[in-house]
Design a protein around this ligand. Structure first.
Ligand SMILES: [Zn+2]
Length: 333
């Protein structure tokens, strides 16, 4: 079993939407059957996109720009890591964030991604040790809760991996004592998380300022199949499921139903950026989306498009603000 952790850097001002988080460190440890650490992996990656190290990341990790500059390329470090892991590695992480970031970095650098989604130890910890499936406790709080104080010098990837490893034995012990019903809930949650982690993610700047225009662009709205990447056919249209989150059901001729989620964010240019996620939908998920779609179609048109008018409201707010700024800046009469 291999526990891994990543550190990454980003840019608040000029994010690249193909890779909003750039990995700067991969750390991991291999554990034996008793969850004892038998080997470690630690390597820094010289950033290609975000060369200025975020102040917060720098202070938390203690990584210096000089150290980072001496790091390897993503391709080299990732290839080393894959080799170090070996065949059929069972991966574990703390939390659900690392895997999608790793996947996006691999895609950005056009490197094959050999790993399936890892087991999320945080999720299992929540179910087994906290009795609260929805609590996402951070790693160090979890260690405190279990009265563990691993001797690690800083918040670096390899140390966080070791801290996660230190929790595996207590987690297994709690799991063994878990009631059958709760265990079934946990298994369902783990399966669901794996599926979401394996989902297709797409972020794309659009040429549109208004959601209605973006929604009308057929090519942009297409959902690539999460399994093969080919175009799927819509079973429902995209529809607003509340708070400007759109969902849709579509079907790949080869892989079956896909569940699509989409929302828009506004770039500084004022144009919209589309964020899309799609994963394989089972029968009950498909039925759920169809039912939501049916209810959506029953909603009166006037109410239904109410949310789309947020764009107008935002524009009016911006206009009022600039009018006020012009007024405040005007010389006294
Ligand atoms: Zn497919």
């Amino acid at each position: 079993m291999i526990v891994f952790d990543l550190e990454w850097n980003q840019s608040a001002y000029a994010p690249n939407h193909r890779m909003p988080h750039e990995i700067i460190e991969i750390g991991a440890c291999r554990v034996d059957r008793e969850y004892r650490v038998v080997d470690t992996f630690s390597a820094l990656i010289r950033p290609r996109l975000y060369k200025k190290l975020d102040k917060h990341i720098r202070s938390v990790t203690g990584i210096t720009p000089e150290e980072l500059n001496a790091g390897g390329t993503f391709q080299d470090v990732f290839a080393d890591f894959v080799t170090w892991c070996g065949d059929d590695a069972q991966l574990v992480t703390w939390g659900r964030d690392d895997y999608p970031v790793l996947k996006r970095n691999a895609a950005f650098f056009m490197t094959p991604m050999p790993f399936d989604p890892p087991l999320d130890a945080q999720l299992v910890f929540g179910h087994a040790c906290l009795g609260d499936p929805h609590q996402q406790m951070n790693l160090h709080a979890a260690l405190e809760r279990m009265e563990l104080t691993p001797d690690v010098p800083a918040h670096r990837a390899v140390y966080d991996a070791q801290c996660t490893a230190a929790l595996l034995a207590p987690i297994e012990k709690a799991l063994a004592e878990l009631e059958e019903e709760k265990r079934a809930l946990l298994l369902a949650a783990v399966r669901r998380e794996r599926k979401i982690a394996a989902s297709m993610l797409r972020s794309q700047p659009t040429g549109y300022a208004y959601q209605t225009d973006a929604l009308a662009d057929e090519r942009l709205m297409n959902i690539p199949c999460p399994a093969c990447g080919r175009r799927t056919a819509f079973d429902t249209t995209w529809f607003d499921s509340g708070r400007e989150k759109f969902i849709a059901l579509s079907v790949c001729a080869q892989h079956g139903m896909c569940y699509g989620q989409m929302h828009f964010k506004r770039a500084q240019s004022g144009l919209l950026i589309m964020h899309q996620r799609a994963y394989a939908a089972d029968e009950s998920e498909a039925a759920d989306v169809r039912e939501k779609h049916r209810l959506y179609l029953l909603t009166p048109l006037k109410k239904r498009h109410h949310r789309l008018n947020m764009d107008d409201a935002l524009r009016m707010k911006a206009e009022m603000k600039s009018a006020k700024a012009a007024k405040d800046g005007a010389p006294d009469a």
